[in-house]
Design a protein. Structure first.
Length: 490
């Protein structure tokens, strides 16, 4: 309670000395109150700062968008179901080595003498055999093919004519298409750097190509695969659902972006200095795409000029809900996480049975979604209000509020998987297709030129597509180099 000067004079009954003492005490008290208020504000700011630092230090691949490789040496949570013998997780399809119906070589083993009576078994008839097969790799070697273009003198006109070499034979000594296919596979798919790849080839087959030769071979593969990249783009353009994502990439020592558009059969990668609309325009697929794109809620995808519909990655949302649960303790995030997981279980059961969810159930699911956000709005608004009372200046919105408003704004895109059986729950397809590019960056650090980066993207696109369609990679690349390969139309 603040005391006025008039009240002080009344209390002191006109004694100026006592009144002055009272005024001095009141001034000191006011200063102390202001200092306490200032310290309370500073303490609150420090609490919020510590809270945010704890959140950042505690981020991992389970509660944020950070990749698993960033988790370091922390012990991962075991996702396997308990019980049963140790081995592959439940549902994993094993790969057992099976007998070959047509072995390349058969070695017969016979016994010469009976161990019991020492009788010779040289002429005894066989009554059966037991077979065992050994799968082994022969020592690799390079096969050298010499092309001889003979010169012949025409007996009629006496002109000398030389037979032409095959169009792929351009130099006196060169590497063949099979060797070139191996180089592309090892460098772009297995991500071996140039020097280690030269060492591997030298150890395997005694031929050590130079770095310039390897780059020349990759350039030839890149040119041969351009028509196949066009096929991939066309097939993705006709797909009802595609996945899109992007990740940081270093080219010429500078940060750029590797973009992916893919589905379960096709992969298209592209490199661009921009993460946003310029890159999307350069890839030339999404600006005219009129079906569904699954993505991670990056704002660029929501431009009104793009005709496609949206489906958001719920795996990202689940991780953000876990973060809000852990560091903010807000119950609505727990309810939303459990709701999304339960809804996905219903959708999976519906897809296995081939029966769509009934409209009444769909409306119930959507109503529960709205109810969770209604309760959550009170929770995050209350928390934001408590933080902002003692904060200086304009208070930015909390992560919980940002996440909640994203749920409100993109309800249709988030829940699209319950109404459309073609839409997956997450964007894992695009993330799998782009993940190994981060390994490439760890191995090589940076691409030396933009041309090398674009070459990597094109070759990787084709090899990834071959893998998805269970086609032989090396044989297909060699056929493409001869201009004799194309994907089967779907």
């Amino acid at each position: 309670m603040k005391i006025s000067s008039q009240q002080v004079n009344q209390i002191c009954k006109g004694d100026e000395e006592i009144a002055g003492f009272f005024h001095e005490l009141l001034a000191q008290n006011q200063q102390l109150m202001e200092r306490v208020d200032q310290q309370a504000k500073e303490i609150n700011e420090l609490k919020m700062e510590v809270h945010e630092l704890k959140r950042q230090l505690g981020q991992n691949s389970k509660n944020s968008s950070k990749p698993p490789s960033s988790d370091g040496l922390r012990k991962p949570v075991n996702q396997r179901q308990p019980g049963g013998k140790k081995g592959a997780p439940k549902g994993h399809q094993g790969h057992t080595l099976k007998f070959s119906a047509v072995p390349d070589e058969v070695i017969e083993h016979r016994i010469a003498t009976c161990p019991n009576c020492h009788q010779s078994l040289q002429d005894a008839p066989d009554v059966g055999y037991e077979k065992r097969q050994v799968f082994d790799l022969p020592v690799p070697r390079v096969v050298v093919t010499e092309h001889r273009a003979y010169t012949t003198c025409c007996p009629h006109c006496q002109c000398t004519q030389q037979a032409p070499f095959p169009k792929e034979v351009l130099a006196p000594v060169q590497y063949g298409q099979g060797f070139t296919a191996w180089v592309a596979y090892l460098n772009v798919y297995q991500l071996l750097p140039l020097e280690r790849m030269s060492q591997l080839l030298a150890d395997m087959c005694g031929v050590c190509p130079s770095e310039a030769s390897i780059l020349w071979m990759l350039q030839n593969v890149d040119s041969a695969l351009e028509p196949l990249e066009t096929e991939i783009r066309e097939q993705l353009g006709e797909s009802p659902v595609v996945h899109a994502d992007e990740t940081g990439f270093r080219v010429e020592g500078k940060g750029q972006w590797l973009h992916v558009i893919s589905n379960e059969k096709w992969t298209l990668l592209g490199v661009h200095e921009s993460r946003g609309s310029k890159a999307i325009e350069a890839m030339g697929l999404l600006p005219g795409f009129s079906h569904i794109v699954v993505h991670d809620c990056y704002a660029t995808y929501f431009q009104s000029s793009y005709p496609f519909s949206h489906a958001l990655c719920n795996a990202h949302l689940l991780r953000e809900c876990i973060s809000i649960e852990t560091y903010d303790g807000q119950q609505w995030a727990t309810s939303m996480r459990e709701f999304l997981q339960e809804s996905w279980e219903l959708a999976k059961t519906s897809r296995v049975e081939g029966i769509p969810l009934e409209e009444e159930l769909l409306q119930t699911i959507e109503q529960r979604y709205d109810d969770i956000l209604t309760e959550g709005r009170q929770e995050w608004s209350k928390a934001d209000s408590a933080e902002s009372r003692l904060a200086k200046g304009k208070k930015k919105q909390s992560k919980a509020a940002n996440l909640g408003q994203r749920f409100q704004l993109h309800k249709e895109a988030i829940l699209r998987f319950i109404r459309d059986a073609r839409v997956p729950f997450d964007n894992n397809q695009a993330e799998r297709d782009i993940r190994m590019a981060k390994v490439k960056m760890k191995v090589s650090g940076s691409f030396r030129t933009k041309e090398q980066a674009k070459r990597f993207a094109r070759i990787r696109s084709v090899i990834s597509t071959l893998r998805k369609q269970h086609l032989p990679i090396l044989a297909s690349l060699a056929s493409a180099l001869r201009g004799q390969f194309s994907f089967a139309r779907t």
